[in-house]
Design a protein around this ligand. Structure first.
Ligand SMILES: [Fe+2]
Length: 458
């Protein structure tokens, strides 16, 4: 096994960009659906310099890339760093200000969502979200009008039926994680502290009609790693029991914990309650150990799996849904917490290569595809983009607010090697392997990053 390059997250598809760009009236190949009016935004790390030999991909200052679509036109592309104190200082600007949790001011780099009229760049492990304008300028950090007691989370789940936004906050100095509910008006209305040992990383979670589903897995905070100067002090901890927790949303009972074999999960596709009183949870699972501190020591691919959790029997039944390496699973946001049939994920050869076993280029090492899963029929379609055309997370946009599941578009930033810049690629979800409906040609590269949202006009 060869050692990873010190700079592998500063090179190639990951290489940060150095400029903020505003471009109008973008060229389009194909035809943008007139019904798609809104913004596609995506967050990701974009360090301000290239001179940090210990740079960890998770710790670059957040940069949000956005494309505004309206009436069949691509009105603009913008990319903006989130103005934390440090980022503002680097730009010789006044820091926009706002609350700070535990002295952890950070340019939130992981996700971008909208809730209660706010556009929020989010991150986990302590820092607060940053609120942005519709045009991606930073308004300031956000603690939901002073109602959030601690830090927030990168991943949230919006229950469209209740309008409540759910999150799981964690922070190394806590002896618990915290379930947070933000109401439709943008105020935190409930928090529940859930005791957990060892300070686990809880990057994502799931929501059903009845439960908040917690993933307490053996990646935990390490004071030793922190004091040795590791920037990302979360390490594989074989002494930490892997378990799944079901927290009743109505507060009727404490968490029901169920143990399982050690594994790692960054992302859930979705979860729901089924008729038998069990919970169905689809997710991307890394078999065995995974060292978040290096993003290197994974064994085997990350696969799409289904866990059926039976709280009465105290069992978890695991089934492999798709064994190709994939990440960034997404469902139609409108059906989060309710039964889904379709899911979308990304098979990214270069990222897979970077985060799994070293030096071993599998057949799919240069495969860059977006996958569509029909979980009712057990079929998968792949939209291949070809070598060097790395695709980012794919997000579903319905063709109309009341359109059915899968009736709409799947969009992602995809690197266009011919132009040396990114395209916003829009696929028809129901004609998935056909040529894209539209490719919006952006004026710059977009480094591989994390998560985003399609935010239709209000
Ligand atoms: Fe994530």
């Amino acid at each position: 096994m060869s050692a990873p390059s010190d700079h592998r997250f500063l090179e190639g598809s990951f290489a940060p960009v150095t400029e903020e760009i505003t471009a109008y009236d973008l060229p389009v190949t194909g035809s943008l659906p007139a019904g798609l009016s809104g913004r596609y935004l995506r967050n990701g790390p974009n360090p301000l310099g290239l001179d940090d030999p210990d740079y960890h991909w998770f710790l670059g200052a957040g940069m949000v890339h956005g494309v505004r679509l309206r009436d069949g036109k691509a009105e603009w592309y913008r990319n903006r760093w989130v103005r934390s104190k440090a980022v503002a200082a680097q730009h010789d600007e006044k820091w926009p200000g706002g609350p700070v949790h535990e002295n952890l001011d950070f340019a939130a780099n992981t996700h971008i969502i909208a809730h209660a009229g706010r556009t929020l760049a989010t991150v986990e492990a302590g820092p607060l979200p940053y609120e942005l304008t519709d045009e991606l300028d930073t308004i300031g950090s956000c603690d939901f009008g002073g109602t959030l007691p601690g830090g927030f989370a990168a991943h949230t789940k919006l229950d469209r039926a209740t309008g409540e936004l759910h999150a799981i906050a964690y922070f190394w100095a806590w002896d618990h994680v915290q379930h947070v509910v933000v109401d439709p008006a943008g105020q935190v209305t409930a928090t529940t502290d859930i005791p957990v040992p060892d300070g686990p990383m809880m990057h994502d979670f799931a929501l059903t009609g009845r439960y908040v589903v917690l993933l307490d897995l053996p990646v935990t905070f390490s004071l030793k790693a922190a004091t040795s100067g590791k920037e990302m002090p979360y390490v594989w901890n074989p002494g930490h029991q892997a378990r799944v927790g079901l927290l009743p949303r109505d507060g009727s009972a404490p968490v029901r914990w169920i143990g399982l074999e050690p594994c790692w999960v960054f992302h859930c596709l979705n979860a729901y309650d089924d008729q038998q009183g069990t919970v169905v949870l689809d997710l991307c699972q890394y078999d065995q150990s995974f060292d978040v501190s290096t993003l290197w020591h994974a064994h085997g691919p990350v696969t799409l799996d289904r866990w059926v959790i039976d709280p009465a029997a105290g069992t978890i039944t695991q089934q492999r849904l798709d064994d190709r390496g994939q990440e960034f699973p997404r469902v139609d946001d409108r059906i989060v917490s309710r039964p889904h049939r379709y899911g979308y994920s990304v098979q990214i050869g270069e990222v897979t290569r970077a985060i799994t076993a070293a030096g071993d280029f599998g057949d799919d090492a240069f495969s860059n595809a977006i996958l569509k899963h029909d979980l009712a029929h057990g079929t998968v379609q792949a939209h291949e983009f070809g070598r060097d055309a790395t695709a980012g997370e794919a997000v579903f946009a319905p063709s109309a607010p009341d359109a059915g599941e899968d009736d709409g578009y799947v969009m992602a930033f995809v690197h266009n090697p011919d132009r040396g810049a990114a395209d916003l690629v829009i696929l028809a979800a129901q004609d998935f392997t056909a040529d894209p409906v539209a490719r919006v040609h952006l004026p710059a590269r977009i480094p591989l990053g994390f998560h985003g949202s399609w935010l239709p006009d209000r």
